[in-house]
Write a protein that binds this ligand. Structure first.
Ligand code: FE
Length: 154
């Protein structure tokens, strides 16, 4: 299903969450440890949607990856901005480590693989994504993609 609402946030009250169209607003302040807000995405990976914008294809979410988790090799057709809130992680393709307070810019077209090492309990990072994640295998064959619509379907 293609969502027709445009800018969508997740409004959560006591025991349930439901999508809500956003205007100038703020979402309730909820703990990062509130388990029901995390949507399973893949093995050891969850996300908490903050904005899912079907009008321009952007989304803002908190990404949480447990130790040993891997966000598979991918690239983006548009920029991605990130800000690390908890834990540490790195890209296999680079030699620096993202830590709390690190601001991350992923330029369009660069292929990277995000990993959380075994000694890190988990990481939580705010990501602002435009467009898509396009996943590739080691031979650069396209495997699958995620975009705002696949995120809504999760
Ligand atoms: Fe990326």
């Amino acid at each position: 299903m293609i969502w027709q609402w445009g800018l969508i946030g997740l409004l959560c009250q006591k025991n349930h969450c439901k999508p809500r169209r956003l205007s100038l607003t703020s979402l309730p302040r909820l703990s990062l440890t509130t388990e029901r807000l995390w949507v399973p995405q893949a093995d050891k990976i969850w996300f908490r949607p903050l904005i899912l914008n079907t009008t321009n294809g952007e989304w803002v979410n908190l990404l949480r990856i447990a130790k040993g988790g891997v966000m598979n090799r991918h690239r983006h057709p548009a920029p991605v901005y990130g800000y690390v809130l908890k834990g540490e992680w790195r890209y296999l393709e680079h030699d620096w480590v993202a830590k709390p307070g690190t601001f991350v810019f992923e330029p369009p077209g660069e292929i990277h693989t995000l990993v959380v090492d075994e000694e890190v309990e988990e990481m939580i990072t705010l990501f602002h994504v435009f467009g898509a994640l396009v996943y590739y295998d080691e031979d650069d064959n396209l495997i699958q993609h995620d975009d705002v619509h696949t995120k809504i379907e999760m």
